[in-house]
Design a protein around this ligand. Structure first.
Ligand SMILES: *Cc1c(COP(=O)(O)O)cnc(C)c1O
Length: 361
């Protein structure tokens, strides 16, 4: 059944996706650029995104093995890096069966590996903590871990570290992290991987055998640096439409808690999207939406299924008009600022209630 009464949808532009990938990968021509598609490809639909990128990328990355199994079941055959590594001993046999690359980051996982009956043949990654202090072995523990691996595993090993501040182009922390991992990779003659999106774009000296591209792939700026050398196109456009219009008198209020009062006679448009769809309830009055080539501010609280917009100053607003919450005409970074959050969270929290429509332009 394709019939949909409510027109709210997330349009996913696969041409923009591929174009973004190619542009960013070209910034690091000597690296293999892995596409990070964890969290359902940052809310864009992991299976469809993986199929669309299959012929362009060397490998995919997800957070944990369950996410990777979904991709295998959908026929995705490329290697898949598991960023959090094995979270259960069973994960090793699954990884062997499915050709997943496991990240080792603690000694319990190393113990599980040594208890495997037949040697683990897939490529191993070793997470080194260079200052994020979330996952990984300290550089001084690397020797002991590597000593536990077979010669074959050592030859294939990729040392990996994650940046805590790569989005801040003047923060010296990133340089310290780069030096920390490079020193270790030299010492053990290993391949290595450092850069996330912000690293690839801001820190060319971080480019390594593998880079791990997430947020920028989806066309949204990973950095505080407003001017990027490349022009990325937003992949997701979240849109709904106007299902009611009314005129308020001066002093009348809108929505739960009467948090917004009309300071003049005002026209309010009610739009069919709410916090149950992933449009955050803490969006402040004034958060912009895009209607008929104009911006208009949110008025009053976000409800479960609806939001209300002050369209008093807009020309030509009619019932049924399309409202863009973020996407092609209004960046998700801009919108996120009005909600005390970031592009990553808004994209990943679009709920399953919102149908995704895939376009190749
Ligand atoms: C999510 C993640 C990435 C991708 O980061 P972006 O900022 O989205 O590019 C890379 N590496 C690791 C370890 C991650 O968890």
């Amino acid at each position: 059944m394709n019939y949909r009464s409510r027109k709210t949808q997330a349009i996913i532009n696969l041409s923009a996706l591929k174009n973004n990938y190619n542009q960013i990968a070209n910034l690091a021509p000597h690296s293999k650029t892995i596409a990070v598609i964890k969290a359902n490809a940052y809310g864009h639909g992991a299976i469809e995104i993986a199929k669309s990128l299959h012929s362009l990328v060397p490998a995919f990355a997800v957070a944990f093995i369950d996410e990777a199994i979904i991709l295998r079941k959908a026929g995705i055959t490329l290697p898949i890096l598991i960023l959090e590594g094995p979270l259960d001993k069973e994960d090793f046999s699954l990884a062997k069966h499915h050709d997943f690359w496991l990240m080792l980051h603690n000694f319990e996982q190393v113990l599980w590996l040594s208890q495997e009956q037949t040697s683990y043949q897939e490529k191993l990654w070793l997470k080194i903590d260079t200052g994020m202090n979330r996952l990984g072995f300290s550089p001084k523990d690397a020797k002991q871990v590597i000593a536990n691996l077979t010669n074959e595993q050592q030859r294939e090993l990729v040392l990996c570290s994650h940046f805590s501040n790569a989005d801040e182009i003047n923060n010296p922390k990133t340089k310290t992290q780069i030096t920390g991992l490079k020193t270790l990779a030299d010492k053990y003659s290993c391949q290595f991987s450092l850069a996330n999106s912000a690293g690839i774009i801001n820190w060319p000296e971080s480019h390594a055998n593998y880079n791990r591209l997430g947020i920028a792939l989806y066309g949204t700026n990973p950095t505080t640096n407003k001017s990027m050398a490349i022009k990325l196109a937003p992949v997701m456009t979240l849109q709904s439409n106007i299902i009611a219009l009314r005129t308020l008198k001066l002093g009348e209020s809108v929505g739960y808690g009467e948090t917004w009062q009309a300071k003049q006679a005002s026209v309010i448009a009610t739009v069919a999207i709410g916090y149950a769809d992933g449009y955050p309830r803490n969006a402040k009055a004034g958060t912009p939406v895009f209607i008929n080539n104009q911006l208009a501010p949110l008025a009053g609280r976000v409800s479960m299924d609806m939001i209300t917009i002050d369209v008093t100053n807009l020309a030509n607003v009619s019932l049924g008009d399309v409202v863009e919450l973020w996407g092609e005409n209004l960046s998700v970074e801009t919108v996120a600022k009005y909600m005390d959050t970031i592009n990553y969270e808004l994209l990943t929290r679009v709920s399953a209630r919102v149908p995704k429509v895939y376009l190749e332009s």
